[in-house]
Design a binder for this molecule. Structure first.
Ligand code: PEP
Ligand code: MN
Length: 295
């Protein structure tokens, strides 16, 4: 008997033996939990917005003020960054620990919760003082000791999908967090790598299909990051809207006051004005079509 879900590599046996905690217990099983007063997996679709990198105190305070005013629920920003190439600006090397402190200042001043990436276990204590959600980056999706260490802190965790990973392997990573008794685990789709011959557009391809696919098998909330997926700011709006229409439980967006001069990936952030316009459109779509809301 075929016990596979159509078109997928997950069997009913996997649900029982590979990721019993991440798997849905019944058709309507959906995790709902609050992080800093904001519900995930419910009516509201939380929005994470902010720069790729916490470049300076001035920048992060300005972004916090503006994205909060526009309606973002969380401030995003990497202090510890998994940069693809090692030739870092002096600024980067100087701002990693300070970046966490600046996120703390922004959180306090503008009362906005924080999501930031963890790269190394040794920085967890200082990051945990400030972060409301710990982000496991795409590149660390299968760094199981790091996931375990993060999960043990009992802080909510968001696991970005590795760009070469199947849904099955991604759920395996989530299981490593859940097995520690940490129930606040969020998944984040951020684009996958496709073979060169099939590459129609950019470095990554946003896997919109994985949203309904994941929701068939897991109760965990699934967030989408169209900024990293498209790598190109002009495509962020259509892909953010498509993500909402596909059933995404949250959206992560790169927002910067001066996108062209962003220290990292200057092609992908959107400015405040476009973020505001996008928030209004996403909210309209969420309300009118998806029975949910953003603002
Ligand atoms: C990020 O969100 O800053 C990031 C580095 O994303 P990813 O891990 O998806 O590349
Ligand atoms: Mn990035």
């Amino acid at each position: 008997m075929d016990n596979k879900f159509p078109g997928k590599d997950i069997s009913t046996e996997d649900l029982k033996s590979k990721f019993p905690l991440a798997a849905k217990k019944n058709k309507n099983h959906k995790s709902k939990f609050k992080i800093s007063g904001i519900e995930f997996g419910g009516e509201t679709i939380p929005i994470f917005a902010g720069p790729n990198m916490v470049e300076s105190e001035k920048l992060i305070l300005d972004v916090a003020k503006n994205v909060k005013k526009i309606g973002a629920h969380f401030l995003r920003g990497g202090a510890f960054k998994p940069l693809t190439f090692p030739y870092r600006s002096k600024k980067y090397n100087e701002t990693r620990e300070d970046g966490i402190k600046w996120l703390g200042l922004a959180k306090e001043k503008y009362e906005i919760p924080i999501i930031t990436e963890v790269m190394e276990e040794k920085y967890l204590p200082m990051i945990c003082e400030v972060a409301d959600i710990l982000q496991i980056g795409s590149r660390n999706m299968q760094n199981y000791p790091l996931i375990t260490a993060c999960a043990k802190t009992k802080k909510p965790l968001m696991i970005k999908r590795h760009y070469g990973s199947s849904l099955r392997d991604w759920l395996g990573s989530a299981e490593y967090a859940l097995i520690e008794g940490n129930e606040k685990v969020i998944l984040c789709e951020r684009g996958v790598s496709v073979p060169h011959t099939h590459r129609s557009s950019s470095r990554f391809l946003l896997d919109l299909q994985v949203i309904p696919a994941a929701q068939e098998v897991t109760h965990l909330p699934i967030v989408v990051d169209p900024s990293h997926a498209t790598f190109w700011r002009h495509w962020v709006e259509p892909m953010a809207l498509a993500s909402i229409a596909s059933g995404s439980d949250g959206i992560m967006l790169e927002v910067h006051p001066d996108p062209e001069n962003s220290a990292v990936d200057p092609l992908q952030p959107i400015n405040y004005e476009n973020f505001n316009k996008l928030m209004i459109k996403m909210n309209k779509l969420a309300k009118e079509i998806m029975n949910r809301k953003i603002l």
